[in-house]
Design a protein around this ligand. Structure first.
Ligand code: AMP
Length: 218
């Protein structure tokens, strides 16, 4: 299966993507994670991306599309993938269509995670992320780690992402409404979108997503 996951920051895309990819046995491809890996390795691409990420802006398409294409060409993505955070604007969506078309393949579904805006700000302001694995996330109030600052899953250090400050979250939401939401209509016109609520327990949202994808494939 080839799936795109969309939703505002704080919808739980990263968390859901990790579970869904595992359930569906396809690789989880997150452009945000690829950028963060480049930043921690100090690559030129990471240096380029950092200033945009820290201010809540999108990294320019020239950088992002090439990086996503390279990742999609890795052997593990040959039989499917779950794209998390890509595409994030219309030109990326069109570039993705071309990349897939060249290979004679197409998307199966676009899973749209819906969450009210007030919830987004609450979720992100208290979010703490593991430095080893960004799918390991905690929340100071809703899901505290057993030992403060330490990941329950792998013992990694928990930190607040630079782009999770309230000011940057508001900017990311604005960017989401202006640039990313239009791709939902683009994909609706192709009959690909399934929308589910991202509220509730993580496992409930995963079940809801799996059921919606099953119905879409039927
Ligand atoms: P995420 O981890 O998906 O929340 O992404 C974190 C940040 O990485 C975003 O706020 C953007 O600055 C950047 N980013 C991730 N994916 C993309 C993309 N497809 N296009 C442009 N910028 C991106």
């Amino acid at each position: 299966m080839r799936i795109v996951l969309v939703g505002p920051p704080g919808a739980g895309k990263g968390t859901q993507a990790a579970y869904l990819a595992e359930n569906l046995s396809i690789p989880h491809i997150s452009t945000g994670d690829l950028f963060r890996a480049n930043i921690s390795q100090g690559t030129p691409l990471g240096l380029q991306a950092k200033e945009f990420m820290d201010s809540g802006e999108l990294v320019p398409d020239e950088v992002t599309i090439g990086m996503a294409k390279d990742r999609l060409e890795q052997p593990d993505a040959a039989s499917g993938s779950l794209l998390d955070g890509f595409p994030r604007n219309l030109s990326q969506a069109k570039a993705l269509d071309e990349i897939l078309e060249e290979k004679g393949i197409a998307l199966d579904a676009v899973l749209d995670l819906e969450v009210p805006e007030e919830e987004v700000v609450k979720r992100i302001a208290g979010r703490r992320t593991c430095r080893n694995n960004s799918a390991h996330t905690f929340h100071v109030e809703y899901k505290p780690a057993k030992a403060e600052g330490v990941c329950d899953e792998c013992g990694g250090e928990l930190y607040q992402r630079e782009d999770d400050s309230e000011e940057t979250v508001r900017k990311r939401l604005e960017v989401y409404h202006e640039q990313t939401e239009p791709i939902i209509d683009y994909y609706k016109s192709q009959g690909l979108v399934v929308t589910i609520s991202a509220l509730g327990k993580v496992v409930e949202v995963t079940q809801r997503a799996m059921e919606a994808l099953r119905q879409k494939a039927a």
